[in-house]
Write a protein that binds this ligand. Structure first.
Ligand SMILES: Cc1cc2nc3c(=O)[nH]c(=O)nc-3n(C[C@H](O)[C@H](O)[C@H](O)COP(=O)(O)OP(=O)(O)OC[C@H]3O[C@@H](n4cnc5c(N)ncnc54)[C@H](O)[C@@H]3O)c2cc1C
Length: 358
């Protein structure tokens, strides 16, 4: 019997579990994979993550992991023209690090703070409480767990949201491929966001002599984009890439009666902006605060409404950035045209970049 059960041990689930356990709640985290596990991601840690990592007493441990320092973003248009924007060079600046390392550290912190963590445990069925006195019954294989509150932190294709009838139809208009490669010589301390005729590519050094390479395109153009990457980076045609879809999905209301959605399970942001991990950590912390206040005696209705409002506020003002990024990525010609304008208005590109990386 737990106060809170969290499904998914990515940044959203581990952040929520760590804050709940720290506050003294009986916390359960159920994760499908055995960690360390890789994840399709650009591996860039937005500066907004640092305050949450400080509150989890993790900032120094994250900095001690192999990582790439990022001094600038380079935007490359279809025509090959490059525009660079310098990134802030403070201690809490943007870095890139592999998700297998980052996610494992967060999960270990949740465990250290007292959460019960079950790996290789896939949630397959749920039975919601019939009234305020009943609990969630959560089934994973042949095990059943009981909890007062449930948190969906199981990513963009959330099983919890699907089982609760909340998962919207996904737009499979684009897919992503991702891999790690040996870092090309002289690559430098930069993120590259490159528009190509068949989609776009993100590249960032992640430390340990490795490069993160992401490709995003519509399904019919992905083979051509992959051919470009094979030629550009000397990748063999039988190289195993990780893949994920959808990249866009309608948001789900984040607060329900004794059910909270966090991270990608609630809302997916454009990968191009490199902010998903920040939102995952921050919404995990917000949900934990809501759950703690409910266990302190606040009514479930009041708590779920307050969490939904706080969640909405967290993402407020981001919609236009996401729309712009999506338009730029869906049509590399639009992306290149924006870059063309920015050549004559460098302040525009600096402004857009600062909106994302602070
Ligand atoms: C191509 C691409 C590039 C990106 N680049 C960046 C970037 O550079 N920077 C950035 O900040 N964000 C980036 N993102 C976004 C970022 O990866 C996500 O926003 C982030 O991983 C969300 O974290 P999460 O904890 O919500 O979900 P996830 O990280 O997806 O974690 C969900 C967890 O739930 C587990 N799970 C799923 N189903 C079940 C189940 N039934 N039972 C138990 N466990 C389950 C999974 O195994 C997984 O560990 C990118 C995304 C894409 C697609």
């Amino acid at each position: 019997m737990f106060d809170v059960a969290i499904v998914g041990g990515g940044p959203a689930g581990s952040s929520c579990a760590a804050f709940c356990a720290k506050a003294g709640l009986r916390t359960l985290l159920l994760e499908r994979e055995n960690f360390p596990r890789e994840k399709v991601c650009g591996d860039c840690l937005n500066p907004g993550c640092w305050p949450v990592l400080h509150r989890l007493a993790l900032a120094e441990r994250v900095r001690a992991l192999p990582h790439g320092v990022l001094n600038r973003v380079e935007f490359i248009g279809i025509n090959g023209r490059t525009l660079a924007v310098e990134l802030p060079a403070t201690e809490d600046a943007e870095i890139a690090l592999k998700r297998n390392l980052f996610d494992q550290l967060l999960l270990a912190r949740a465990r250290e703070l007292g959460a019960t963590v079950c790996e290789a445990t896939t949630v397959t069925a749920l039975s919601p409480p019939g009234n305020a006195k009943e609990n969630w019954m959560i089934t994973a294989g042949d095990k059943t767990f009981e909890s007062r509150t449930l948190v969906a932190a199981d990513g963009r294709n959330s099983t919890v949201a699907r089982l609760c009838g909340l998962l919207p139809r996904s737009e499979k208009e684009r897919i992503a491929l991702q891999t790690h490669l040996p870092l090309p010589e002289g690559f430098g301390d930069r993120i590259v966001l490159q528009f190509l005729p068949d989609g776009y590519s993100g590249q960032a050094p992640v430390g340990g002599g490795e490069l993160n390479l992401c490709l995003v395109s519509v399904p019919r153009k992905m083979a051509a984009l992959r051919n470009w990457a094979e030629a550009r980076f000397g990748i063999s045609p039988d190289h195993a890439w990780r893949t994920i879809t959808p990249l866009t999905r309608a948001p789900i209301s984040a607060g329900h009666d004794s059910l909270f959605l966090v991270g990608d399970a609630a809302r997916v942001v454009e990968p191009f902006t490199g902010e998903g991990i920040y939102y995952a950590l921050a919404s995990g912390e917000l949900a934990a605060a809501a759950i703690v206040s409910q266990s302190g005696g606040r009514s479930a209705d009041e708590v779920s409404a307050a969490y939904s409002a706080a969640h909405e506020k967290l993402y407020r003002g981001r919609l236009w950035i996401n729309r712009l990024a999506r338009a730029a990525v869906l049509s590399p010609h639009i992306g290149s045209a924006i870059l063309g304008m920015a050549r004559f208005q460098p302040a525009l590109l600096r402004f857009l970049t600062s909106k994302i990386v602070g």
